[in-house]
Write a protein that binds this ligand. Sequence first.
Ligand code: ADP
Length: 600
Amino acid sequence: MRKKIFFYYLILVVTGVSIMAFFMTKEAHNLYQNELEEKLIYSTKLIGWELLQNGREDEEVDYNRAAHEYAKILTGDNINTTITATRITFIDYEGNVLGESEADYRLMENHKDRKEIREAIEKGSGMDIRSSGTLKSKFLYIARSLPELGVVTRMAVPMIQVEKIDWDILKYSIVVFLAGIIITSLLAWRFSHILLKPIDALAMAMDEVSQGDYSTRVRYTKNDEFKALSDGFNDMAQKLEVSVVELKDKNAKVELILDNMINGIIAVDYNSRIILINSVACEMFDIESVKHALETNFIENIRNNQLNLMINETMTDDVTLVKEINMSVPEERVFRVYSSPIRASSGSVDKLGVIISIHDITKIKKLEQIKTEFVSNVTHELKTPLTSIRGFVETLRNGAINKLEVANQFLEIIDVEAERLYVLINDILQLSEIETMPKDVQIDDYLLKPIVEEVLSIVDEVARKKNITIEIEIPEELGIKANKNRIKQMMINLLDNAVKYNVDNGSIRIKAFHSKDGIVISVRDTGIGIAKEHLDRIFERFYRVDKGRSRDIGGTGLGLSIVKHIVNLYDGHIQVDSEPDRGTEFIVSLPDKCLFEEES
Ligand code: ADP
């Protein structure tokens, strides 16, 4: 653009200067020639007047001598120098040359047919420019008749003088022309710069806008044609900025909503390319990032054929589908997936792709499974004592009631089974109560040792029967901030197990202390221990290492499950160390918030 303006400007100026130089040369040439002509006419008049004076005095005129004398006078300093080398010729009306300043007149041919001579004889004066046959160069001829003497005075100057003037003017013109070009070039460059400055500013602003800087504005203060352009640009940039901000805001909101959803969302176009995905979906399918997945092929990232088939079915059949999909990679998970076609607008038939919403129902499924298992376990656990009770009642009815000793024995068994039922139902109720509460209620400050001693009195009888020694290592001042009954429940279950699964003459050590994180309570026994393979499962409901033995000694299989739930209720954790035939240690760690220190 700048080059173009510069170039056109240059052409314009060069053309102007050329035309001016051309006309100036022409005008100067004409002016000089006219002046020369006038001077020659004037000289011929003077010569004529002189000749007439001389002619009257001595009748006879020596034209040749006169020609030489006049020529000498005219070529001298008194006369204008531009007409130096003036040639003077005298010709009679017959065309005979009577005298000549530059050549031998006697050798000169008849001049009657010369244009200027002819005109002078006919009209009084004549003029011509041509090459001289005598002097072989171009001359300006001016002739004037002198009727009183019957002679024509002709004066000639070489045109070389006029041509010299032409050449001088041309030289000056070339100098002016070159100077003009240099000055013009500089001016054109400056001019194009001034002219393009606002355009450059506009181009720069546009570039910045295209790079994403929508706050860019063109500052232009002059009130000319460009003002409207810059105002228009600024207006457009401002609207664009507002639109982009709104768009970004909307996008950010959509992204925020998508990322805060608990469901995975994926949208694909009709070429199965991912056009939208949220971070939940990325996490579900082990995809590095949203950016990583966008614009890539669905099946390349989410290697799940069931999902792929579901998307294809939604696309081809144009239907909304709901399916449960099992995933094993990156981990075992169950998803409920809803897929629907994306339409250009509501009610439109134009379909843009498919959107799927993925709900992780792994936990729900697990809970459902746990519930089912729990119900079947409870049913089973209840059935056993009930069947036993009904069996003995039936036997009694059938006559055993009459045998007092047998009847008492049966009633004893029925009592034991009823007790077992009671304990079982009690455990189930406790478990369901703890399970359903988000955090414990009726929390107060208690000293731990008295609670443990209270619990000991419950298990004491059985312990004594097995000759088990019990050792307590709990600081007197160690306090606990909790629901007393819950801590009692926890300790009963742990101590009951420590007694139940202990050997005769065994021992139990109950230890509690204030750790750096809170309170640690440990119950260690010297009992039968637990094999390694069972350690992970003993906290599950109804899990028993030895079913028969547990049931025989009155276990429900719910004790440790209750303990674990109580510990969880206080954000603590439980750990078990055990070795078969050597003993078991349960270590409960409760956080700092459960610690209560008595003010001394
Ligand atoms: P149970 O009512 O059968 O005792 P728990 O939930 O209290 O049920 O315990 C689950 C199982 O863990 C028990 O059946 C038993 O096999 C094992 N267990 C629990 N505590 C001990 C312990 N102190 N020593 C050895 N085994 C234990």
